[in-house]
Design a protein around this ligand. Structure first.
Ligand SMILES: NC(=O)c1ccc[n+]([C@@H]2O[C@H](COP(=O)([O-])OP(=O)(O)OC[C@H]3O[C@@H](n4cnc5c(N)ncnc54)[C@H](OP(=O)(O)O)[C@@H]3O)[C@@H](O)[C@H]2O)c1
Length: 320
């Protein structure tokens, strides 16, 4: 386990990184693990240029958070992008806004999304289709950075058997909140592995943060779920900033962010090249599930399904 003190020490060294890091946060509005990660990153980074996404109904509250971040680190430039990531087509708008101003992207943190207990569900778009589309479209900017990193906050290491006949769970008979969580997490890892294989300088961390006390977790209580070992949102954000900036999670030979703290061993990547990381910052081995998917080329099936869904979303938007 990476001790919280080690994480905090590493995060203070974010201040020693070169100035002008560019970072994009999706799912970091007025609360949640993303917001904590944004806060811990923005407070230390020298003159970062940060882009943060909020849907229209959350934009005012998020602007208040951003105003306080600007106060705590006056070297920070933060731009709010208003977009609803339950619509895959809004991702193009987010990427265009960043590309208009930037020629590189150092860090992309995606932590939008929720468990949908109530039925069919934008939770698949917010947790999978939209973040993956953002990652795919952001590749040229990420590849232009010295040590690019994607931190996906979801359920790395918790991949499981999917219904391969209905990857999108479009048939209500196949849908359950649990199946939606499994499909989002498993497709996320398989697709992130595809991205890292094709972009070998890009470090990708798929993190399972464990139970973190956020509005997202509060929804679990309503359904009688009270997971043990809950961590505060501040600790979740502290650990998120560490995972987004520590060279412990760098692609071999492509460090360049915060040097790995002394006393810590390295972490393993999945067979497909992604860091699957648990709540304590350590790697999780889930090859028992993932190797079989790769051997049967299910990752390619997932990718073509994903591209089809993106194309359908774009076509529907054009019809409106
Ligand atoms: N917390 C946990 O215990 C836990 C455990 C395991 C995995 N996770 C996963 O980690 C991720 C983050 O969890 P969290 O607890 O931090 O969630 P959260 O408290 O619900 O925060 C989610 C963030 O996503 C944003 N968001 C939701 N729908 C959006 C939309 N349509 N458009 C734009 N932004 C949207 C929210 O903004 P608004 O302010 O607009 O709502 C908020 O900033 C989720 O994928 C969750 O499944 C969480």
């Amino acid at each position: 386990m990476v001790a919280l003190q080690t994480v905090l020490r590493s995060n203070t060294n974010i201040a020693r990184l070169p100035s002008g890091l560019v970072a994009l946060f999706i799912g970091a509005t007025s609360s949640g693990i993303g917001e904590g990660t944004l806060e811990h990153f923005a407070q230390h980074a020298p003159a970062p240029r940060i882009y943060s996404v909020a849907r229209p109904q959350s934009a005012a509250a998020h602007e208040a958070v951003l105003a306080s971040l600007r106060k705590s680190n006056p070297t920070t430039t933060i731009t709010l992008i208003t977009a609803d990531i339950s619509l895959v087509s809004e991702i193009d708008k987010i990427v265009a806004a960043v590309r208009q101003k930037e020629t590189k992207l150092d860090i992309f943190v995606t932590s939008g999304g929720f468990m949908a207990f109530e039925g069919l569900d934008p939770s698949m778009s917010t947790r999978y289709y939209s973040p993956l589309r953002a990652a795919q479209l952001l590749l040229p900017l990420l590849n232009a950075a010295l040590s690019p990193r994607i931190l996906a906050v979801l359920a790395g290491g918790h991949e499981a058997q999917m219904n391969e006949d209905d990857l999108g769970l479009r048939d209500p008979a196949n849908w359950s909140y649990w199946n939606a969580a499994v499909h989002a997490a498993t497709m996320c890892t398989l697709s992130l592995e595809r991205l890292t294989r094709r972009n070998p300088r890009l470090s990708i961390v798929h993190w399972y943060p464990g139970p973190v006390v956020t509005p997202g977790l509060a929804k679990w209580y309503k359904y009688g779920l009270t997971p043990p070992n809950q961590r505060s949102q501040d600790e979740g954000g502290t650990r998120g900033a560490f995972l987004a900036t520590s060279d412990r999670y760098a692609v071999h030979g492509h460090g360049g962010l915060v040097p790995m703290p002394g006393g810590l061993g390295g972490v393993n990547k999945s067979g497909g090249g992604v860091f699957l990381v648990d709540a304590d910052g350590e790697s999780i081995d889930n090859e028992g599930v993932l190797a079989g998917y790769r051997e049967r080329a299910v990752d390619a099936v997932v990718w073509s399904h994903t591209e089809k869904v993106w194309a359908e979303c774009a076509a529907r938007k054009d019809e409106l």
